[in-house]
Design a protein around this ligand. Structure first.
Ligand code: LUZ
Ligand code: MOS
Length: 755
């Protein structure tokens, strides 16, 4: 079954914020933002801008009736700057005008006098100055200090992985209208409508009940709209509340790239200890997370780095620590993988380093340490239904890994200017919000009198196909065709107190709630059907828009059943609620069972490096992925391919650059290179592992959004191996992304292999 949105997408009929038919008299917003990264505001003068014909009002923090605060986890983020500026691009004022063009003119006339303060752009600088957004966290298992004493080999190194621009196709935006009784309706491009509702209530100093947030769909989120969609919605709500007019704000690409946070850059160090049999005995890592100027989701992201610091390996003695460093960059935020990829990059670097020093391929170490059934993670959860070895061995066998390795070696011995590299990348990703209370969802289902069904959940469709999966649940439960089923927008008035669509858990959580509602309705209808068909509950089944009696194949049409139920005064509406069972986490002990289950997989990547130019092609990425029992393989395959592309981009070409003053230089698609069709592997093979799935996954179909992004890490190490095949003196560097510029330097720089 294809994604049910494909038709309207293809015809350009799908609705995004900027496509909405706005109400008459709609005004347009534009943000005036900080033109430097750290400063005291001495004077903000917008008198001249406000005199322009068509400028309705310019809002500053002084116009905020409630609290000037949009911080989620920690209350440290003003909506509009008051006396200080903490990052380049920080919103200072909100211009509302009769047109975008007028607002732009006004923006140029605003003048700002400031006193510049020293700027911190890197995590290390912040660390040295003791600047953090929250307390450090550390996970511990066994005793690394003692374990290192028993190791035959110990290796240490520094690593860096850069941030990543979300580059959702639809930029951030929101549209507000006023209703009766001071009610405000905001249509937003957000992964978290309840968070937006909360932020607006706080900024306006009114109750959440006075705000309705509606989300049709997003043109991509990738985490960038989990916590960072609130500001824009709060600004239009602020203006609508004050002016009693509809107001729209859609950021242009430059504004969006400059003003919003990204994936966190991490500067990390590791120490890995092995015995002669290649078993990793001990692993220590310190992660310096570049949080930016406010906490945003950084504490939760930091935590997930620790959860994934040992990837798909079992290591008996682990000590990992993460520090969220406060810098003068835009607050960095959720991005597909949520700190997990940064953690996995470090353990993979550690293994690559050990392999280099021991002069063996990294996959020997990887394979010797794969997680097995009942192994413990450093946070106390016991691994069950482990597919690490299974996916690894299946990949090695199905993709003829031994032969691939030989072919690469052969190629390299016959070519001087071109070198190939190969790598294996296993993944293990925990499914659930690590903050246990967030693992809840609800759904509302209406069966109308004609038998058609409309339903709502807290799930946000952002291109990942969740609406299709949800429709499948309804249609399957009632034995109906899809055209009888409609997914409504995600709306805080219909489904309240929702968790954001994030953590790969949207289909699991919302789908389970929806399933419960549908089953309850079905049970209720079964009573009627049983009476009509003169049989027992067990003997009836719903199929092909009818209910059948198993014994005599007699049936009643679905529509007839619904009419009968209505006349008998049976409720055709159901609301249901789901929480993930079992999960828990004790932050004091840093132990628990935070995840419902884990997703596994293994990718084999082969690359060819042009050793004269430094550029490279990814020949192939072949993946065995643990989908469980996929409920929609088209959609799930799409997620794997998309995530792989995004992972490859993060690891190879997407180079985020801020200058020393905290100004984003890579602020356009001409200076920030996202993977295009040429950057994709020439061959992508994704094969589903035959596995049982997990009860806590929707229909045992495992969560698929984030885990496959980490396959991209494999290409980083494949390129490294190709460089090494050319430059025998090359000493592995862990500095992602590995752009062609860096590759070229590495091909010709002779590094001393100083162990
Ligand atoms: N968001 C969140 C996430 O709030 N908590 C999580 O654990 C998470 N994990 C992945 C992506 N987003
Ligand atoms: Mo996310 S990084 O699941 O919003």
């Amino acid at each position: 079954m294809k994604n049910t949105d494909s038709y309207s997408h293809l015809r350009g009929e799908s609705l995004y914020i900027d496509d909405l038919n706005t109400q008459q008299g709609c005004l347009f917003g534009l943000v005036f933002d900080a033109p430097l990264a750290h400063a005291k505001i001495l004077e903000l003068d917008y008198a001249k801008a406000e005199t322009i014909d068509g400028v309705v009002k310019i809002f500053t923090y002084q116009d905020i009736p409630g609290q000037n605060q949009i911080g989620g986890i920690i209350q440290d983020e003003p909506l509009l700057a008051e006396n200080d500026i903490h990052y380049w691009g920080q919103p200072i004022a909100f211009i509302v005008a009769k047109s975008d063009a007028i607002a732009k003119k006004a923006r140029q006339l605003i003048s700002l006098k400031t006193e510049a303060l020293p700027v911190i752009t890197t995590a290390t600088e912040a660390f040295k100055k003791n600047e953090f957004v929250c307390a450090p966290r550390s996970f511990k298992m066994g005793n690394t200090v003692n374990a290192f004493k028993t190791c035959d080999y110990i290796f240490e190194a520094d690593t860096f992985s850069n941030g990543q621009e979300h580059l959702y196709l639809e930029t951030q935006g929101a549209y507000a209208e006023c209703g009766e009784n001071s009610k405000i309706k905001v249509t937003a491009s957000t992964q978290g409508p309840t968070q937006v509702q909360k932020a607006i209530a706080k900024v306006l100093g009114i109750g959440m009940h006075q705000i309705e947030v509606d989300v049709i769909r997003l043109g991509g989120g990738f985490g960038g709209k989990e916590d960072q969609a609130s500001a824009w919605a709060a600004l239009v709500a602020l203006a609508t509340n004050h002016l009693h007019k509809p107001v729209k704000l859609v950021l242009n690409r430059h504004d969006d790239m400059r003003m919003t946070g990204k994936r966190h850059p991490y500067e990390s160090t590791f120490k890995i200890g092995l015995t002669k049999d290649l078993k990793i005995q001990a692993f220590e890592a310190t992660f310096l997370q570049n949080a930016g100027a406010a906490a945003d989701l950084s504490p939760a992201i930091a935590e997930r780095t620790l959860f994934h610091a040992t990837n798909a390996y079992f290591i008996k003695n682990v000590y990992t620590k993460v520090l969220s460093c406060k810098t003068n960059l835009p607050p960095n935020t959720a991005f597909r993988g949520f700190g997990g990829p940064q953690g996995m990059f470090v353990i993979e670097s550690a293994i690559a380093k050990a392999a280099e020093m021991l002069n063996i391929p990294a996959y020997k170490i990887q394979e010797a340490n794969l997680l097995q059934e009942n192994d413990a993670f450093s946070y106390g959860q016991i691994a069950t239904q482990v597919e690490a070895k299974n996916t690894w061995q299946t990949a090695v066998k199905d993709f003829d890994f031994e032969k691939e390795v030989k072919l690469v070696a052969q190629f390299n011995s016959h070519n001087d200017a071109l070198k190939k590299g190969i790598s294996v990348m296993p993944i293990c990703f925990g499914i659930s919000f690590t903050n246990t209370p967030m693992n809840q969802a609800s759904a509302l289902v209406h069966i109308y009198q004609d038998g058609s069904i409309g339903f709502s959940t807290g799930a946000i469709e952002m291109g990942q196909g969740v609406n299709t999966k949800l429709k499948q649940i309804v249609a399957q439960t009632f034995g109906l065709s899809l055209n009888k089923v409609l997914v409504e927008t995600t709306n805080t008035t219909r489904v309240a107190n929702t968790s954001p669509s994030a953590a790969s858990s949207t289909a699991d959580l919302n789908g389970k709630a929806l399933q419960i509602a549908c089953i309850t309705l079905k049970n209720r209808l079964s009573v009627i059907a049983k009476a009509e068909l003169n049989t027992t509950d067990k003997a009836i089944y719903f199929k092909d828009q009818a209910v059948y009696n198993l014994q005599n194949k007699e049936s009643i049409a679905w529509e007839t059943l619904i009419q009968t139920a209505f006349l008998k005064r049976i409720s055709l509406t159901e609301q249901a609620y789901y929480v993930t069972p079992i999960i828990n986490f004790d932050k004091t002990a840093e132990k628990g069972q935070p995840f419902a289950y884990h997703v596994y997989g293994t990718a084999i990547s082969t690359v060819t490096v042009d050793c004269l130019r430094g550029n490279y092609a990814i020949d192939s990425v072949k993946i065995i992925h643990d989908f469980g029992k996929s409920m929609n393989l088209d959609i799930d395959m799409g997620q794997v391919e998309g995530a792989l592309a995004q992972g490859i981009g993060w690891m190879t070409s997407e180079e985020l650059v801020y200058d020393k003053n905290g100004r984003l230089l890579s602020n356009a698609l001409s200076t920030y290179k996202v993977p295009d069709v040429y950057a994709m592997p020439k061959i992508v093979v994704v094969k589903a592992l035959e596995s049982e799935g997990n009860e806590m996954a929707l229909l045992k179909s495992k969560a698929v959004g984030e885990p496959p992004l980490m396959y991209g890490i494999g290409t980083y190490f494949a390129i490294q191996n190709a460089i090494k095949a050319f430059n025998k003196n090359y000493c592995l560097k862990f500095d992602a992304p590995l752009t062609p510029q860096k590759v070229l330097k590495n091909l010709y720089n002779a590094f001393k292999n100083n162990s």
